[in-house]
Write a protein that binds this ligand. Structure first.
Ligand code: GRF
Length: 236
């Protein structure tokens, strides 16, 4: 019996995700584990790095790895063009920067705009850039956390889809705080990717939409790992 006669809809193929990494790759591992245990319906189609010795690359089979040293290229634009060609070749639905520590040039961002997500370890718009944990402690912040946002040409400035918050504790140093932030990064990134691969998330101009409605305030991760709309506290 074919699908039309039975009334069953053919199941669409899982979304294809490309991941950009520069270091350890614990966020990549969280994605891999979620795909493996069936809690994220997606497929990793490539892992891309500006650091050929990044430990993150070892987390996937060699056929899925691409890396090159920017030093081998004449310019930042030339490196990003090669990176972009390699990513385009695997036809990703989503391109996820998960600990990719190199600034992307404007042409790269425009090439993948609308399917380019980044996880950043701060409550954006606070603390774009580096050393976020040390800066939050130095400023006496009571709360810190992580954000997942669409990437635009301005650094860490795209619309924030969702955030996870944790308290800064009195004895925190940048390392202890970074460790606790990392533990909430993983469920945060997965929760956003679940919305993305379900076709519920989009970037339209400078606005993020969820189920076709503009998201004016970032979603918040609750303690059970679910995203909630902060104004209504309703799970999404
Ligand atoms: C994470 O804190 C991420 O937010 C930041 O770099 C770190 C990468 O960690 N951009 P990992 O490589 O995923 O373990």
């Amino acid at each position: 019996m074919n699908a039309r006669v039975s009334g069953a809809q053919p199941s669409p193929l899982p979304d294809r995700i490309a991941v950009l990494v520069s270091g350890r790759g614990s966020n990549l591992q969280a994605i891999l584990d979620a795909i493996e245990d069936g809690s994220l319906r997606a497929r990793i189609v490539g892992v891309f790095s500006d650091k050929p010795d990044a430990p993150a690359l070892e987390r996937v089979e060699p056929a899925l790895r691409w890396s090159a040293s920017p030093k081998a290229f004449a310019s930042r634009e030339a490196f990003d063009a090669a990176l972009g060609d390699a990513i385009e070749a695997v036809r990703p639905d989503w391109v996820v920067c998960a600990g990719y520590l190199r600034i992307l040039c404007d042409a790269f961002v425009e090439r993948f705009r609308g399917r380019l997500l980044n996880i950043h370890p701060s409550l954006l718009p606070k603390y774009p850039g580096l050393r976020t944990h040390a800066r939050a402690i130095a400023d006496g912040e009571a709360e810190h956390g992580a954000s997942v946002h669409f990437v635009i040409t301005e650094l860490d400035a795209g619309t924030v889809v969702a955030q996870a918050r944790i308290p800064v504790l009195s004895g925190d140093d940048p390392d202890t705080l970074a460790g606790r932030v990392l533990r909430i990064e993983h469920p945060l990134l997965l929760a956003v990717l679940r919305l993305a691969v379900a076709g519920r998330l989009a970037e339209q101009g400078t606005t993020t939409t969820l189920d076709g409605h503009a998201l004016f305030t970032p979603l918040l991760l609750d303690s059970a790992g679910a995203l909630r709309a902060p104004d209504t506290d309703a799970p999404v």
